[in-house]
Design a binder for this molecule. Structure first.
Ligand code: WTA
Length: 660
């Protein structure tokens, strides 16, 4: 963020105190903060006891092997039982759990009793396919109810799932299957997006072919949900239709309690190197914090709310705030398959109106997109059912925050700007609605039971008004338990800069009142539309193209997506004939990245350059490239090995830029 934008941000002095009417009915209570700071572990133990344990825990936290935590030691529970069966047992079997709406307009309501039957059947099918506790299952699916059923079925039998976003490429899927050594892949024939049926299974076929060619495919079966009905290639003996195997299973399945630290899922996220990290989450602590935060940050009232989180289950937000948090709290929620512009640009507001959505949780990128599309779209629908709005994934600028409040929330809904990460598993910094006053653009303060600080280079907490790095000062229940297969990388990445703190990788500032303002990543991770993509990942994809000699990638500020990916590329000699137009190569390179990683990683811009700015030790000076990408005057270039390089780059730009 430029220093201008930053100082504007920090001059933001509007405060919205909690409305008395909201406070009077709020789940969250002001006393929670004092209670948690008086005895943090007792506070979390109390939250854990809101779950159903088949065996109670005898120790709240074992931190003796720090930074490897064990929470609720000795306890046993079944996560799926907590999300489904216990609500049926309590007499809520007829309550609708999922109100599914497909992009073509098909609808399906699933009650808790039906969900229980489907999860049990799917669990029995997984067992029949040879999947047992501890085996990894890759899930590569669209936003359809079966995706949620698949996750819960895995949880039910103790098989950790690894959900791979359906927008990732075959290549990305293959590396994730390989890293986790998944023995089963659950997918669908295709998905409905932007008005057409897009195939999904071919990417699985391609991924498994690549793995088999290396002689290393761990996958025994592919379980395929029929969604679009298109024709699919079939590998006999390996591929199994969901409707053929799941629907004939018994709806009876005895849920077994697993150890509190039993692995629940792996979710891959970008780090600062090219290889994505398999973030590992376990059962008791994760569910405790996902459930507690969902109940209190979103003020969920299970008997009256209709909740809608617009995330995809391929991201952590979908795990914690579509599946585990909401279902553990007996939510009634909308699940929508498609894009916001199909068939018209007011599809979301149509959904809010028809389903009488009360709680909406989405990302700043979406909000900024709707701002651009115009106020008349939400104004054309009845949004009066909304009573609380949430934001996640990236810093929300005050302008978008105010628009969200006024145009979507009719000036009456509290906004919760929630900061957290794949690694934290659940929300860490956020206002509590009805308790905490809010400022447009600030995530405000750490939740009760969470320790957060902003520190300087030496790890010393900064005073109010100061800026630095965001750290977490105490272990928390839903913290990652490590990186799959690489414990050392876990220690190095998060616990080595200041060994006593978890280093989140975000810059932050405290305002004069001590409220926390997140300023974006301080490492080489970009945040594009709320999705984390590492610069190195995109660089490796680019240099894997035969025409590319060298590549440097930066995230440049983007009005809509937060950051946009800008790539500087040196081509191999002969890749471009003298005087040849660069546009076709640029197009080819953008497509290549989409194929290697997925369309979300496609660079917004590719610039063909003759040189890259490097220090004498050969390190690329991204700061200067960001200046170029953001059309700023160049910063200090005196540490460059060759100071003339920047002139070369700047002068070559006019011909080498492509945008669409
Ligand atoms: C960013 C998404 C500012 C941050 C849940 C973090 C945010 C990264 C916010 C994690 C927020 C997330 N304000 N920045 N409210 N929420 N971020 O793992 O940079 O996909 O480190 O988890 O998103 O992204 P991830």
């Amino acid at each position: 963020m430029s220093s201008d934008a930053l100082s504007n941000l920090l001059q933001e002095n509007r405060v919205f105190p909690p409305a008395a009417e909201f406070a009077a009915q709020a789940n969250a209570q002001p006393a929670m903060y004092a209670q948690a700071s008086a005895d943090r572990l007792a506070f979390w133990a109390e939250q854990a006891r809101a779950l159903d344990w088949s065996q109670p825990f005898d120790e709240v936290l074992d931190w003796s092997q720090a930074p490897f935590a064990r929470w609720f030691v000795g306890g046993r529970l079944n996560v799926a039982y907590n999300c489904v069966d216990r609500h049926v047992a309590a007499g809520h079997g007829d309550q609708v759990a999922i109100r599914f709406e497909g992009e073509p307009g098909d609808r399906r309501d699933i009650t808790y009793a039906q969900l229980q039957d489907e999860v049990c059947q799917a669990a029995n099918a997984l067992l029949e396919l040879g999947v047992g506790a501890g085996d990894r299952v890759a899930i590569y699916m669209p936003m359809i109810p079966e995706a949620i059923v698949a996750m819960l079925a895995c949880a039910r039998i103790g098989a950790p799932h690894s959900v791979v976003f359906g927008g990732f490429s075959a290549h990305a899927l293959a590396s994730r299957i390989d890293d986790a050594q998944a023995t089963l892949v659950i997918t669908a024939d295709g998905q409905h997006r932007r008005g057409s049926a897009m195939p999904l299974k071919p990417a699985v076929d391609e991924a498994l072919q690549t793995l088999a060619a290396d002689g290393t495919s761990p996958v025994a079966h592919v379980l395929v949900v029929r969604r679009t009905g298109g024709s699919v290639e079939w590998t006999d003996g390996r591929d199994v239709w969901w409707h053929e195997i799941v629907e004939r299973q018994s709806t009876a399945h005895q849920a077994e309690g697993f150890d509190s630290e039993h692995p629940l899922f792996i979710l891959y996220t970008s780090g600062t190197t090219g290889k994505p990290k398999g973030i590992l989450h376990t059962s008791g602590g994760y569910l405790t914090q996902a459930s507690f935060t969902h109940r209190n940050v979103f003020d969920l009232k299970p008997d009256s709310d209709v909740y809608w989180c617009t995330a995809d289950i391929g991201w952590v937000t979908g795990h914690s705030y579509i599946v585990y948090g909401p279902l553990s709290n007996r939510v009634t929620q909308v699940v929508y398959e498609g894009t916001p512009d199909t068939p018209t640009h007011d599809r979301w507001w149509d959904i809010v109106e028809r389903h009488r959505v009360t709680i909406l949780y989405t990302a700043p990128t979406a909000i900024r997109t709707f701002m651009k599309w115009g106020d008349h779209l939400p104004a054309g629908k009845d949004l009066s059912s909304l009573r609380l709005l949430g934001s996640v994934g990236e810093p929300i600028n005050p302008e978008a925050w105010m628009w969200y409040r006024e145009v979507i929330g009719g000036d009456r809904c509290p906004i919760v700007d929630t900061w957290w990460q794949t690694e934290t598993g659940a929300i860490m910094i956020s206002p509590l609605p009805g308790v905490t006053g809010t400022k447009p653009g600030s995530a405000m303060t750490a939740l009760p039971g969470i320790g957060a600080a902003v520190v300087d280079d030496e790890g010393r907490p900064v005073a109010n008004g100061g800026g630095g790095y965001l750290v977490l000062t105490e272990p928390w229940p839903s913290m990652l338990r490590g990186i799959w297969g690489d414990p050392q990388r876990y220690v190095d990445t998060y616990w080595s800069r200041w060994p006593q703190y978890y280093f989140a990788g975000d810059g932050a500032k405290l305002d004069d009142d001590g409220a926390i303002w997140l300023l974006g990543r301080v490492d080489d991770v970009m945040n594009v539309s709320g999705h984390r993509i590492s610069t190195t990942e995109v660089e490796s994809a680019l240099v894997s193209h035969p025409k590319v000699a060298e590549a440097a990638v930066v995230g440049a500020t983007d009005e809509t997506t937060g950051q946009g990916i800008v790539a500087f590329v040196i081509l191999r000699s002969g890749a471009l004939a003298d005087g040849e137009d660069g546009a076709p190569v640029i197009k080819e390179l953008r497509e290549h990245v989409a194929k290697e990683i997925g369309p979300i990683a496609k660079p917004r811009q590719v610039m063909i350059v003759a040189e890259l700015p490097k220090t004498r030790s050969g390190k690329i000076m991204r700061r200067l490239l960001r200046d170029v990408a953001e059309n700023r005057e160049l910063g200090d270039a005196t540490t460059l090995a060759d100071p003339t390089v920047m002139n070369l780059i700047a002068s070559g730009l006019a011909t080498g830029t492509s945008e669409d």
